[in-house]
Design a protein around this ligand. Structure first.
Ligand code: G3P
Ligand code: CA
Length: 229
């Protein structure tokens, strides 16, 4: 319980504002979070956009696959009737080094462009590589990140097994794992940390679970309600 536990807003501050939108990111910043988690996809015109699902139906007034739409088509849509789908660059400009940005690679072919954007931030905009985490369930995308730029911190996401996440992390020199909280015990958190891994867990909203994760000594908690963490 003693060491600091990073507080990361999930999809911005999902419990309060439309997920993965600029107002949601701003809400998380207003809470003073240590980090913000977002999801990215590549759209048909090549830009990285911040969006969770592969299809538009659940949270916008559009339908069908996001990856088949150009940025100008996506920009005409409304998220939760009000907000536009932001690009990764727009989110980066809004955060402007105020906290860590955890970019989850969701769609296909996202690694190369994400690495380019991060490199540009570091070389031209005063960011440090340590201001970023690139996470994914998609191992091949993380392998691409590792191949392209070895300075970018990589986190292996898992909802299946902490041991398997560590096994894969070793192959790409990743030092962070992002397991779902249901996989964690005090013992496996300690074991992962003794091997040199940071353990950030998701998506922890229940107050009792938040307390339990802190008791386990996790390094970070990703939450829809970061103000409660
Ligand atoms: O990055 C943690 C968490 O966001 C992974 O699950 O489905 O919310 O993207 P999901
Ligand atoms: Ca995510």
């Amino acid at each position: 319980m003693n060491k600091a536990c990073l507080v990361m807003g999930h999809r911005g501050a999902k419990a309060y504002m439309a997920e993965n939108t600029l107002p949601s990111i701003q809400k998380a910043l207003d809470f003073g979070v240590d980090g913000i988690e977002i999801d990215v996809h590549t759209c048909a015109s090549g830009e990285l956009v911040v969006f969770h699902d592969f299809t538009l139906d659940r949270v916008t007034n559009g339908i069908g696959e996001l990856s088949k739409c150009t940025l100008s088509e996506l920009k005409k849509l409304k998220v939760d009737n009000h907000y536009s789908i932001p690009t990764l660059q727009e989110v980066i400009d809004l955060i402007d080094k105020k906290c860590i940005l955890n970019i989850e690679l969701k769609g296909r072919y996202t690694a190369e462009k994400t690495c380019e954007v991060i490199k540009d931030c570091v070389e031209n905009k005063g960011w440090n590589y340590s201001d970023f985490i690139v996470s994914s369930f998609q191992h091949h995308e993380l392998e691409d990140v590792f191949r392209i730029n070895k300075s970018i911190p990589i986190a292996v996401l898992t909802k299946a097994s902490v041991a398997e996440a560590i096994e894969f992390a070793e192959t790409i020199s990743a030092k962070i794992i992002h397991p779902n909280f249901a996989l964690l015990t005090k013992e496996n958190v300690k074991q992962a940390q003794s091997k040199g891994y940071k353990v950030n867990t998701w998506t922890v909203n229940n107050p009792e679970t938040i307390v339990r994760m802190k008791r386990y000594g996790v390094d970070g908690i990703i939450s829809d309600t970061p103000d409660k963490v």
